[in-house]
Write a protein that binds this ligand. Structure first.
Ligand SMILES: *Cc1c(COP(=O)(O)O)cnc(C)c1O
Length: 401
């Protein structure tokens, strides 16, 4: 009999979205005539830009041609895409080299797989509330997790505590689920803390393209010292509507060198390269053609149009909440709006109330950690019409919550 990884017994059921779906299905069965508006799940709704579609088609055509046919590509991604990403970063003042960029099928895989590079004996610091992947992938390896509270008092942007030591630090900015974004000074504190503790920061920048405020950092590598302590994960999922197409990238600087117990220097860049070439065979040529189109001027312009569409929805939601006197977080440089449930309601009760009285589906904060117990997440991934209608309904029922 195989001995199993019994750490899986320590995982909580990931029941959040299935529980939401069950509740919504049950409600719509009882009320088939009611129109439900979904502002819950973090998935994009607009189609891919036409330039991206054209390039995906050209990728397919290449596979039909004897001369342009592609088999296995480089595990790390095609040079043309890695170069586009280097140029994209340089436009934000960040210098990286193409061989520091690793193309993948998405940031969820990479943020999970990166744990391969670290021993079980590490102290992992994770903010709460959080994107559940960071927690579960560390529990699978039985690593010790310290949670750091993100709450209204710190604007959901916790800062390092010099009295607490950590080896691995997860930061997601702009944040899912809270929409909060760190500024340069705050991220500098994290980088300084990591350098002092010889820790590594795993920085999830999946929502960087939602940043409209030019003073906010879009990459951890805008921060002095970050090349010596940080890995950045990014994705075209939310930036370019690639949630179903699948493409992301991870930047592992060559300056990330630590000392092994026998005194040998170990480079995280070399290790990640080894990990990927051993366990991964690259992203399809077709998808990488589409991904490179995202970084072209036409592709960027089309993505910006879609982002502006979602940003307008976020503005509609945030301004409704503020009219009603509800303090909310996010919504400006993020597709997510996070707010305290009115009248001290717990998030699942508020979920039921909204579904039954306004036919709006959101996400209960409790699904993201204990600090989300009284909070709620709405997303801007829907049409203007539905977002406006949801907010009209919300205003109508607000006084009776
Ligand atoms: C959506 C999301 C991602 C992107 O995941 P993909 O696997 O690239 O689709 C990464 N991190 C966070 C926090 C997200 O919400």
């Amino acid at each position: 009999m195989p001995k199993l990884n019994e750490n899986y017994l320590n995982l909580q059921d990931s029941y959040l979205f299935s529980k939401i779906n069950q509740k919504v299905t049950a409600y719509s069965k009882e009320h088939p005539d009611q129109k439900i508006i979904r502002l819950g799940i973090g998935d994009v709704t607009l189609p891919l830009g036409t330039h991206i579609i054209d390039e995906l088609h050209s990728g397919v055509d290449a596979l039909a041609s004897t001369t342009a046919f592609k088999g296995y590509g480089p595990e790390q991604g095609y040079e043309f895409l890695r170069n586009s990403i280097v140029t994209y970063y340089s436009e934000h003042g960040v210098n990286i080299t193409a061989d520091e960029v690793f193309i993948s099928d998405g940031a969820k895989s990479d943020t999970g797989n990166i744990t391969d590079l670290f021993d079980k004996d590490n102290i992992v610091l994770i903010p709460d509330p959080v994107y559940p992947v960071y927690v579960d992938t560390n529990l699978m390896n039985n690593r010790k997790i310290i949670y750091i509270d993100a709450n209204a008092e710190n604007n959901f942007l916790p800062l390092p505590d010099s009295k607490v030591h950590a080896d691995i630090i997860y930061i997601c900015s702009p944040n899912n689920p809270t929409g909060a974004v760190y500024n340069h000074e705050q991220l500098q504190k994290w980088v300084d803390y990591a350098l002092k503790n010889q820790a590594v920061i795993l920085f999830d920048a999946a929502y960087e393209s939602f940043i409209t405020d030019p003073t906010l950092p879009r990459s951890i590598f805008e921060i002095t010292g970050a090349r010596k302590c940080a890995i950045e994960f990014c994705s075209l999922s939310k930036t370019a509507g690639f949630t179903g197409t699948r493409c992301g990238y991870t930047i592992v600087p060559k300056d990330l060198v630590f000392t092994a117990s026998n005194g040998t220097s170990m480079s995280l860049h070399t290790m990640w390269n080894r990990r990927q070439t051993t366990k991964f065979n690259g992203v399809s040529y077709i998808v990488q053609k589409g991904a490179a189109a995202v970084f072209s001027p036409e592709g960027m312009a089309q993505c910006k149009e879609n982002l502006a569409y979602y940003q307008e929805n976020a503005r509609i939601i945030s301004s409704t909440l503020s009219q009603l006197g509800i303090r909310s977080f996010g919504g400006v440089n993020s597709p997510y709006i996070w707010f305290e449930c009115p009248n001290g309601k717990e998030s699942w009760d508020f979920f039921d109330y909204l579904l039954h009285n306004a036919q709006i589906v959101g996400t209960p904060g409790a699904g993201f950690g204990k600090n989300g117990k009284n909070f709620f997440r709405l997303t801007s991934f829907n049409s203007h019409e539905n977002t406006l209608e949801a907010m009209t309904r919300f205003k109508k029922i607000f006084s009776s919550i």
